[in-house]
Design a protein around this ligand. Structure first.
Ligand code: FAD
Length: 464
């Protein structure tokens, strides 16, 4: 059977073999003949029971940057399992919904809005991830009064390496491990998520300077629902979004306009326009796209003439433009956010003209997930990225720059996002994550033969 892949999956030939790559086209995941799309969980169970020696990794939408989901180096018998056919809603109650793990987040968000509900977790910038993939690496948005998507989970059905199927809910002491299991504890089959009434929000956008950011970013995060800051460190400008419940009048206007995103004319902020034009030029040079044609330009163009907006949380916060990139995100404890800003500011002064995208600051509250940087603490996620050129190359020095920035954040207690780029040798995970060793012990108990492990994960979990 020919397997059809979604547009964002990338296939390239290596030695006459068609190989599926991760979404940024930087890491091979497996040859196409290693990809398997079971049509029912029974087939998966039969595979696990009847072929106990076979290794497998799950793949969602393939967005994770590192080869966390790769079987490319695991031998031709290893399988890349894609739950493409295990998608869709299974059940709903007044305040929960249950979805199969292969369902794209966008589908869940659209269904919820149709039910006038939303998740009690703010979304990330895109929704093309699968539910299973997004949970497994701790996908998060912003807001100190919530944490990650994981924290909206009520229960999960998981198939273990033995083929046994278990239900894990919040009463299970292992809940925090399974909810962000990196695909190492078992296969998420379906997930029950808590829902809350949909709230129409207003996003207030403004541009400020570095001293203001330093003095007020934490306060803004404490005073507002969801806060997101893009810090153009090379000019000092910071563009900030404050997202809070809209007024009755704004909600009425939004509803009258058909519940489409409502731009509030008259609140246009053009302060960023000159910086944006210069940033576009720098990006064009770095990505060899002088015509400014690539999608990545839209990610900065949208800061021009920014106007306040009314909409649901997904219309406001989940409108990222996915373009191939090396993305990296490191969380520092919230009480060290300002030290992080000062450190990055000093780095920027010593390295002018390097960045082509602002630092992205997103604070979140504590998470229950054992492997989340936010486990048991509020954090500020600091994101940085480099866009790739159309030919898949990136500007010289990009990886060194990514490493240097991570190195600066490590002494501040920095912990990386496992779904993005990370230089794993920089981090002492058992010291940084209090439940790391518990996770390792559980992994050994549930998957003693490492069926769900690959080389990258073995390195990550090797004793350092
Ligand atoms: C453009 C872009 C924007 C992003 N924005 C954000 C953001 O705003 N916030 C954020 O936190 N992250 C963000 N990310 C990171 C992204 O959310 C994670 O990489 C996420 O894991 C991707 O989901 P996926 O479905 O592509 O999973 P994949 O990358 O395919 O897989 C991720 C992991 O999940 C495992 N897995 C997949 N399905 C299952 C399953 N059913 N059971 C068990 N394990 C499974 C895989 O084995 C792998 O280990 C972004 C990434 C990109 C490229």
């Amino acid at each position: 059977m020919t397997v059809k892949f979604q547009a964002f999956h990338s296939i390239k030939a290596i030695n006459n073999r068609e190989v599926l790559f991760n979404w940024s086209r930087t890491n091979p995941l497996g040859a196409l003949d290693q990809v398997w799309r079971p049509t029912h969980s029974d087939e998966l169970q039969a595979l696990l029971r009847e072929h106990p020696g076979r290794k497998l990794r799950l793949i969602g939408s393939g967005l994770s940057f590192e080869p966390i989901h790769s079987v490319y180096a695991e031998g031709s018998q290893a399988l890349l399992v894609d739950l493409y056919h295990l998608r869709g809603q299974l059940a709903k109650t007044a305040d929960t919904v249950t979805y199969q793990a292969g369902t794209p987040l966008d589908t869940i968000y659209a269904d919820l809005i149709a039910m006038e509900r939303m998740l009690p977790a703010s979304p990330g910038v895109i929704g093309i991830q699968t539910l299973g993939g997004a949970l497994s690496t701790g996908t998060h948005g912003q807001g100190l009064y919530q944490s990650a998507l994981c924290d909206a989970v009520e229960a999960m059905t998981v198939m273990l390496a033995s083929g046994e199927i278990i239900r894990v809910d919040r009463t299970d002491p292992r809940f925090g491990a399974f909810v962000m299991g990196m695909g190492m504890l078992g296969i998420l089959l379906d997930v029950t998520l808590r829902t809350v009434p949909n709230r129409i929000m207003r996003c207030t956008k403004f541009t400020t300077d570095y001293p203001f950011l330093l003095e007020h970013n934490e306060r803004l995060n404490r005073e507002h629902g969801f806060v997101k800051s893009w810090w153009f460190a090379w000019t000092g400008e910071s563009h900030i979004w404050l997202v809070d419940p809209a007024s009755d009048d704004e909600v009425a206007r939004y509803r009258a306009a058909g519940s489409e995103p409502l731009l509030l004319e008259g609140d246009i902020d053009a302060r960023m326009n000159a910086t944006i034009d210069a940033t576009l030029q720098k990006m064009a040079k770095d990505t060899k796209d002088e015509a400014l044609a690539g999608e990545h330009f839209e990610t900065v163009r949208r800061f021009k003439d920014a106007s306040d907006l009314v909409g649901n949380v997904y219309q406001i916060l989940c409108k990222g433009i996915p373009a191939p990139q090396i993305n990296c995100e490191v969380a520092v404890p919230l009480n060290r956010m300002n030290e992080a800003l000062e450190t990055l500011q000093a780095w920027q002064q010593a390295n002018p003209g390097v960045l082509h995208y602002p630092f992205i600051l997103r604070c979140t509250g504590p998470s229950e997930a054992w492997l989340s940087a936010a486990h048991g603490q509020s954090v500020c996620w600091v994101g940085f990225l480099v866009y790739l050129a159309a030919d898949g190359t990136f500007v010289n020095g990009s990886m060194e720059q990514m490493r240097e920035l991570q190195q600066l954040l490590v002494p501040l207690g920095g912990i990386p996002h496992f779904g993005k780029h990370l230089a794993m040798d920089l981090y002492d995970f058992p010291a940084l994550l209090p439940r790391w060793n518990d996770f390792v012990a559980l992994k050994r108990e549930l998957d003693p033969h490492g069926r769900f492990e690959n080389r990258w994960l073995s390195d990550l979990f090797a004793n350092r």
